[in-house]
Design a binder for this molecule. Structure first.
Ligand code: C5P
Length: 227
């Protein structure tokens, strides 16, 4: 069986990571959540007061990059990988609203992107990988054999994220989550560095009214034709 690269991009909370995880499991491929990497850098920046509600010290973030070490470590209990920041498991902390509010500002910094894209390209060197993010089909793997672009209405997406956060016990309002989803989409699609775009040749899937099974089946069909 051949090995391919599958790039999944799209707006916030379109269920990219859920689909990507299932896809990688079905194909026996490695899954990489690149959003977790941007979130981990953001957490580092928040802890060191380099970014906050009204501040962003771009130069200091760039200066600190060499002190930020990221790795994914498989978690036997969940069967997934946890994000480690300088040898600390930050998998839970990177998913909070506090990080969600700042992450798009950090992800717009060119030097941050260069560092993370280089790591991601290295991870995918042997193919047999499913990677999800905002620039995978456009920048990280422009030659990926299969590119998917996921969309859904902002309300459908905010509902998913809201439920996820409530399930974790976070105290958030639906409006807060909807605003955050829309604000991140705006920053991610209008930034100068690698804005979120549908890659050339990408298959677009609007899953506002589509169940997980149906999406998975469709993407698996595309993949199997290429493998
Ligand atoms: O995928 P997730 O919603 O966790 O990503 C968090 C943020 O990280 C996005 O809103 C975006 O600003 C940034 N990101 C990015 N490029 C990627 C993955 C994520 O800019 N490849």
């Amino acid at each position: 069986m051949g090995k391919i690269t599958i790039a999944i991009d799209g707006y916030s909370s379109t269920g990219k990571s859920t689909i990507a995880k299932q896809l990688s499991k079905a194909l026996g491929y490695v899954y990489v959540d690149t959003g977790a990497m941007y979130r981990a850098v953001t957490l580092y920046a928040i802890r060191n007061n380099l970014v906050g509600e009204d501040n962003l010290n771009v130069e200091a973030v760039i200066d600190e990059l060499s002190r930020i070490h990221l790795k994914f470590v498989p978690n036997q209990l969940t069967g997934k990988s946890d994000m480690f920041l300088n040898d600390e498991n930050v998998e839970q902390e990177i998913r909070t609203m506090q990080v969600s509010r700042q992450v798009s500002k950090i992800a717009a910094i060119k030097e941050v992107r260069e560092k993370l894209v280089a790591i991601q390209q290295q991870m995918g060197i042997e193919k047999a990988i499913v990677m999800d993010g905002r620039d995978i089909g456009t920048v990280v793997f422009p030659d990926a054999e299969l590119k998917i672009f996921m969309t859904a209405s902002p309300r459908a997406r905010a509902h998913r994220r809201y439920k996820e956060l409530l399930d974790r016990g976070d105290k958030v309002t639906f409006e807060e989550v909807l605003n955050n989803v829309q604000e991140r989409d705006h920053i991610d699609s209008t930034r100068k560095e690698s804005p979120l775009r549908k890659a050339q040749g990408a298959v677009e899937i609007d899953n506002s009214d589509m169940g997980l099974e149906e999406q998975l089946e469709r993407i698996l069909n595309y993949a199997r034709r290429l493998i």
